[in-house]
Write a protein that binds this ligand. Structure first.
Ligand code: AMP
Length: 142
């Protein structure tokens, strides 16, 4: 049974089926343990759909990650379908709100980043938005 389901995954056949995105057979990540409270995190924002917490290994004076509480197949951005429009909007809205929170060390500018896949530096396969601030950033990014 699992083999058949995984074969459908490999062929991308779920993508054409309404609400198929509720299936998520990918391996859990460390972020699941943060969501359940199994491992601690410095939570800066939370509602019923999203969780935002400080990155454990910050690359800027202010570095927050925003994640969907229910991964719902979003191991990475390119897994998104039209079914994810609401959660994607919520993630971006939260990122923008966090980016102007001076109490977290953000100033008048922030770098909002999604690493999509290993080639882009993604290490945790649970979609997350990096909100970086408190210093100047270069363009193009490294
Ligand atoms: P990415 O490379 O885009 O997948 O980013 C994953 C981020 O998760 C990295 O910046 C890590 O420092 C961060 N991270 C990993 N484990 C934890 C944790 N337990 N608490 C907070 N941030 C974490």
């Amino acid at each position: 049974m699992m083999e058949a389901l995984q074969s459908w995954d490999a062929k991308g056949r779920w993508d054409t089926i309404h609400l198929a995105g509720v299936r998520d057979l990918a391996d859990p990540t460390i972020f699941d343990k943060i969501i359940t409270g199994e491992i601690p995190a410095a939570i800066v924002k939370e509602d019923d759909k999203i969780l935002a917490f400080k990155d454990i290994n910050p690359v800027a004076p202010a570095h927050v990650l925003v994640i969907p509480k229910d991964r719902d197949g979003l191991t990475r951005l390119r897994k998104a379908t039209s079914e994810h429009i609401e959660i994607l909007g919520r993630l971006m809205l939260a990122a923008g709100e966090i980016a102007k929170d001076e109490s977290l060390g953000f100033g008048d500018g922030a770098r909002i980043v999604v690493n999509d896949g290993k080639e882009a530096g993604q290490e945790v396969f649970h979609l997350h938005v990096h909100v970086l601030g408190g210093r100047e950033f270069n363009w193009p990014p490294g």
